[in-house]
Design a protein around this ligand. Structure first.
Ligand SMILES: [Zn+2]
Ligand SMILES: [Zn+2]
Length: 304
């Protein structure tokens, strides 16, 4: 058991000065069992293999650029965000109308606050799940898994991604989940919870993008909200993109990050899944090329 947790904290090795070479010498640590197999096997210290490897650097051909069309919004993206926002506004309107009719305010506001707190927890659990399990072929979330792997490799691209491009996937989920609730339930307290919780989840990718922004380029209000802890801070999320790449998963307010990381909540869930299903999370096999930021290429591009 100790071997499983121990090798997660081994440092990664970068060669920052290498600009001409087409390969980089990285030390990789990995276990002989595969990441997503369903084999049941007991962890064994002998399975831990440390091997230096020559990993090819990505070429300019697959390195995203600021004008990459994959970062731009399409009309379909904008339509989904518009529908998602409309769905949220119906929910919020239901809550306000019901509150006025029943003359209650404390309960709906409290429900909204609970929704905001739980949205952060939900964003962390979902982010942890797609960072660690499945791949591009996983039903429903395959595209999201690939997008997050790409984000770990090229974190800066999220700041160049257009608004609707960044939010459309979550807007779609919010529409399918919240619209039936809008139609079936008219309780102002429930709608207060749903409007704020779903709203925070839908906009979590925008909060995430702001967490990658530089202070001088962000709107002052956003910086104030980050500094006061209302939105996830730049420093807190920055830690997610540094070794050991297995913490600070929450991206709404980040209020749960310290608690979850201190109590090793995700490690506990990873162990349960491993011993119950034999499935290894990606973070146990770090550093892997798909998680390492392409600092070399990034510096080459910026210097051009
Ligand atoms: Zn991540
Ligand atoms: Zn990020």
């Amino acid at each position: 058991m100790s071997s499983l947790t121990q090798h997660r904290y081994l440092p990664s090795f970068h060669h920052h000065g290498c600009t001409k070479s087409t390969s980089v010498h990285r030390i990789r640590v990995y276990c002989s069992t595969k990441t997503t197999t369903t084999m049941k096997s007991k962890p064994n210290a002998d399975q831990l293999i440390v091997e230096p490897r020559f990993a090819p650097l990505p070429t300019a051909a697959n390195y995203p650029t600021e004008s990459d069309t994959s970062l731009q919004s399409t009309w379909s993206h904008r339509a989904w965000v518009a529908v998602g926002c409309t769905t949220l506004l119906i929910s919020l309107g239901e809550s306000i109308k019901g509150s006025m009719d029943m003359n209650i305010w404390v309960e709906p506001i409290l429900a909204g606050w609970v929704g905001y707190i739980l949205a952060d927890l939900g964003s962390g659990v979902y982010h942890w799940a797609i960072d660690n399990y499945g791949d591009g072929s996983t039903p429903f979330v395959g595209a999201q898994i690939e997008a997050f792997q790409g984000h770990h490799k090229w974190p800066w691209t999220i700041t160049k991604r257009q608004f609707a491009n960044n939010l459309h996937a979550l807007a779609r989920v919010v529409t399918f989940v919240v619209l039936p609730i809008d139609l079936l339930f008219h309780d102002p307290i429930l709608q207060g919870f749903v409007a704020v919780c779903a709203g925070c989840i839908m906009f979590s990718q925008q909060f995430h993008a702001w967490a990658h922004g530089t202070k001088s380029r962000l709107p002052p209000l956003v910086v104030a909200l980050q500094d006061s802890g209302v939105l996830v801070s730049r420093s807190q999320h920055g830690a997610h993109h540094r070794p050991p790449y297995n913490n600070n998963y929450c991206i709404v307010s980040g209020v749960w990050n310290e608690f979850l990381d201190k109590n090793q909540a995700f490690e506990a869930m990873e162990m349960i899944l491993y011993f119950k299903l034999g499935v290894r999370p990606r973070s146990w096999s770090e550093p892997a090329s798909e998680w390492l930021e392409d600092i070399q290429i990034a510096s080459q591009t910026q210097s051009q």
